[in-house]
Design a protein around this ligand. Structure first.
Ligand SMILES: NC(=O)c1ccc[n+]([C@@H]2O[C@H](COP(=O)([O-])OP(=O)(O)OC[C@H]3O[C@@H](n4cnc5c(N)ncnc54)[C@H](OP(=O)(O)O)[C@@H]3O)[C@@H](O)[C@H]2O)c1
Length: 245
């Protein structure tokens, strides 16, 4: 694996907005080739077009294992290898458990946990064969702290940390790095997935008061990738300076 960011092949799930889009922009500007996955193909195509020859768009639903494999296969077929798998796609329809929004629990489990696992399942055989690679999985401050209304979302983000730490230990023989990034409040489209008006108002207020730009996340990704190959940044937790919780 080459060191730094330039010329690395990076697959990004959830690249159609927010954190994934910001990471794609920064990494492409730093010379990486980015393979963009999400469901909104129009947004992905526009971004890929803006980034020029350094990007391709692949319509992907991360809840479908075959589609995630096709995304990774496209990167390997197109560019010969896969250096970084950024498992970023996520949803956050927060609500209190007693509201029994069971369909939304299912959706969070499918996207936030199974989507990450499908990303690992697709990328790991490639990285093992290369004897090189880097997983970056997106958790959250909610993967460290639970509050009322965030129980199920937090559970999915705790899960991302647990499986990332197990993965980290298991892939040592293959020279694979594993990073978990846990952002605080970053202004993106994430609150749009909240259907409970009380939770939506709480999160919108937090974003309005303290939220920071998605470029904060992109720089954390770039920091992890740009370390020398023998340095594995395992966890990054960052918040807006003004965020208390
Ligand atoms: N913003 C924050 O404050 C914050 C804090 C901590 C953690 N996070 C985490 O950061 C990650 C990115 O979120 P964001 O803040 O950037 O929100 P966002 O702007 O809503 O972006 C979410 C991304 O996930 C994609 N996605 C959702 N469901 C998908 C599916 N089934 N298949 C493929 N892609 C899917 C969306 O694309 P499509 O709709 O086009 O599929 C979109 O690109 C999430 O894992 C989130 O939990 C965010």
């Amino acid at each position: 694996m080459s060191e730094g960011i330039s010329n690395k092949v990076v697959v990004i799930t959830g690249a159609s907005s927010g954190l994934g889009e910001a990471a794609a922009r920064l990494l492409a500007a730093e010379g990486a080739t980015v393979v963009l996955g999400a469901r909104r193909a129009d947004r992905l195509q526009t971004l890929a077009w803006e980034l020029g020859g350094k990007a391709i768009a692949v319509e992907t639903d991360v809840t479908d294992r075959a589609q995630v494999k096709a995304l990774v296969d496209k990167a390997v077929q197109g560019f010969g290898r896969l250096d970084v798998m950024l498992n970023n796609a996520g949803v956050m329809p927060q609500s209190r458990i007693e509201q029994l929004k069971v369909d939304e629990w299912d959706q969070m489990i499918d996207v936030n946990i199974k989507g990450v696992l499908y990303g690992i399942a697709a990328a790991l055989p490639v990285m093992k064969a290369q004897k090189a690679g880097h997983f970056i999985n997106v958790s959250s401050v909610a993967g460290h702290k639970v509050g009322p209304g965030s129980s199920v979302y937090a559970a999915t983000k705790f899960a991302v940390r647990a499986l990332s730490e197990g993965l980290r230990q298991e892939v040592k023989p293959y020279n694979i790095r594993t990073t978990v990034i846990s952002p605080g409040a970053v202004v993106t489209e994430l609150p749009n997935t909240i259907t409970d008006p009380v939770a939506a108002e709480r999160v919108q207020k937090l974003y309005a008061e303290v939220g920071i730009a998605p470029s904060s996340f992109a720089r954390a990704v770039a920091f992890a990738i740009s370390q020398p190959e023998d340095v594995d940044i395992n966890e990054i937790l960052f918040r807006p300076t003004r965020q208390e919780y």
